[in-house]
Write a protein that binds this ligand. Structure first.
Ligand SMILES: Nc1nc2c(ncn2[C@@H]2O[C@H](COP(=O)(O)OP(=O)(O)O)[C@@H](O)[C@H]2O)c(=O)[nH]1
Ligand SMILES: [Mg+2]
Length: 225
């Protein structure tokens, strides 16, 4: 999988990230970790692993993805979490399908064969609502809009010209994929529990921001470039 780069946003993941890197050690692809230069503990925790560390110029999850995407040179990239919740066993199939169908591939917890051990009742409900809004208002036919385990061609990711530096980027990505008429598909995936450390998403604050982002875009869509 030399034509693949994993972009791994990380914030205070000194417990999980070394385990994640150990698990993917034998996967022959590039691994870029994107984090804040102040996150000394995470940086120290991975010093024995082969990966590229990118220190963010700005802050936030969305910004980490944007800076990550901009630094990739391989044909494909995949957004991959540092908390152990994404199972790397899906990577090969996702890459093959992306290549075969010339599509973005979204891993989905909510199609047959998928599932989650990390969902709470609130995140489950939130995901259903946001996926429904995506389907109904934006005609985005994916079954899990917020999972953000996504593989695609790097050039196409760059063409999305992503802007959100926080978790709103989770809906900006599928909306812009749709807007650009890029092909996309969902495949089932099982989300594992995060290995340790704390979840960074605040279900209420980030949920509200994501809802506002969806509403804003319904009335005033992202600029087409
Ligand atoms: N660089 C960076 N990474 C972040 C930030 N917030 C979250 N992450 C990482 O993004 C991934 C997803 O965050 P997580 O808390 O697991 O969110 P959830 O899985 O959606 O509940 C994890 O790898 C986090 O370490 C941030 O502000 N900056
Ligand atoms: Mg997580």
């Amino acid at each position: 999988m030399k034509n693949l780069t994993l972009i791994i946003p990380a914030k205070n993941e000194e417990y999980s990230l070394p385990k994640v890197l150990k698990e993917i050690k034998n996967i022959n692809c590039n691994k870029f970790i994107i984090l804040s230069k102040t996150d000394i503990r995470t940086i120290k925790s991975i010093k024995n692993y082969k990966c590229k560390i990118i220190k963010q110029k700005k802050n936030g999850y969305g910004n980490a993805l944007i800076e990550g995407i901009n630094s990739v040179a391989s044909k494909y990239l995949c957004i991959f979490n540092a908390d152990g919740s994404f199972d790397p066993k899906y990577l090969r199939t996702m890459l093959e399908k992306a290549n075969l169908n010339k599509s973005f591939i979204f891993a989905s917890r909510y199609t047959k064969g998928g599932g989650s051990a990390d969902d709470s009742l609130i995140t489950l409900a939130g995901n259903y609502i946001f996926t429904f809004i995506g389907k109904f208002f934006f005609n985005i036919k994916i079954t899990d809009i917020l999972f953000t385990y996504i593989i695609g061609e790097t050039d196409k990711f760059k063409k999305l010209k992503l802007k959100n530096s926080d978790f709103r980027i989770c809906v900006e990505i599928p909306i812009k994929i749709k807007m650009n008429n890029f092909k996309y598909k969902s495949i089932p995936s099982f989300e594992r529990k995060r290995l340790g450390g704390e979840k960074k998403v605040n279900e209420f604050i980030d949920g509200f921001l994501i809802l506002m982002e969806l509403i804003k875009n319904y009335f005033n869509p992202y600029e087409r470039k």
